[in-house]
Write a protein that binds this ligand. Structure first.
Ligand code: SF4
Length: 170
C-alpha cells in the first residue's frame, strides 16, 4: 500500500490525465473554474439529472461520488456532460473503485459513467492492471505537483474549452 499522503482527490486524477499543467495549477489553488461556461453547463447537467438517486457522497474529502445505486453490488455512478475526455472520466472512476477497495475495504463494488446527453452508459470495474496503473498515476501526480513551477503548457484539442485557456495561451 502507498503512504497515506499519496492519496489524492478524484479531480486531481482526472486533471493529471487531461493535462499535468491543469493539475499543477488546480493543486496550487489557481482556480478559474467559476468563470468557465463549460464548468457551469456540467454543473447544470449534474444538478438536474438522476434526482431520485442518493446523490453527492463525499468520502474522506478525497472522492465525491455523484450518486450510488445499491443492489447485489454497490454501483458508484458519475454523470458527465461530454465524451471528449472519456479516458480521464474512466481513470477517475478506476481511482474511486481502487480507493473503496484498497483503503476502505469495500468489496463487490462497480462503477458506471453516465452521459445523459448521449444516453450512454459505460460500466467500469478494477482488475490488477488498473490497480497498478492507478498506483503509478498517484506517484506521477506527486512528482508533478511538487514541481516548483507549473509544467509548460502543451497545446491540446480541448485547450479552448479548458478553464485555464487564457492563463496558458493569451
Ligand atoms: S489550457 Fe490546455 S495546456 Fe492549459 S491547463 Fe488547460 S488543457 Fe492544459
Amino acid at each position: 500500500m502507498l503512504p497515506s499522503e499519496t492519496y489524492f482527490t478524484g479531480t486531481q486524477i482526472n486533471y493529471y490525465i487531461v493535462c499535468p499543467t491543469k493539475l499543477w495549477l488546480f493543486t496550487h489553488n489557481i482556480s478559474m473554474e467559476k468563470e468557465n461556461e463549460n464548468v457551469e453547463i456540467g454543473k447544470f447537467i449534474h444538478e438536474t439529472s438522476y434526482l431520485r438517486e442518493r446523490r453527492d457522497v463525499i468520502i474522506d474529502n478525497k472522492i465525491g461520488i455523484d450518486f450510488i445505486r445499491k443492489g447485489d453490488k454497490l454501483i458508484i455512478c458519475e454523470v458527465k456532460k461530454s465524451e471528449k475526455i472519456e479516458k480521464a472520466h474512466r481513470y477517475q472512476l478506476y481511482y474511486y473503485l481502487y480507493y473503496l477497495k484498497k483503503i476502505k475495504g469495500i468489496e463487490n463494488v462497480e462503477g458506471m459513467i453516465l452521459y445523459p446527453k448521449y444516453k450512454k452508459i459505460e460500466k467500469i470495474s478494477v482488475d490488477e492492471k488498473s490497480i497498478d496503473e492507478i498506483e503509478n498515476i498517484l506517484k506521477e501526480i506527486e512528482k508533478v505537483i511538487s514541481m516548483p513551477e507549473m509544467p509548460k503548457p502543451i497545446k491540446k484539442p480541448y485547450c479552448r474549452r479548458c478553464a485555464y485557456f487564457e492563463f496558458c495561451w493569451v
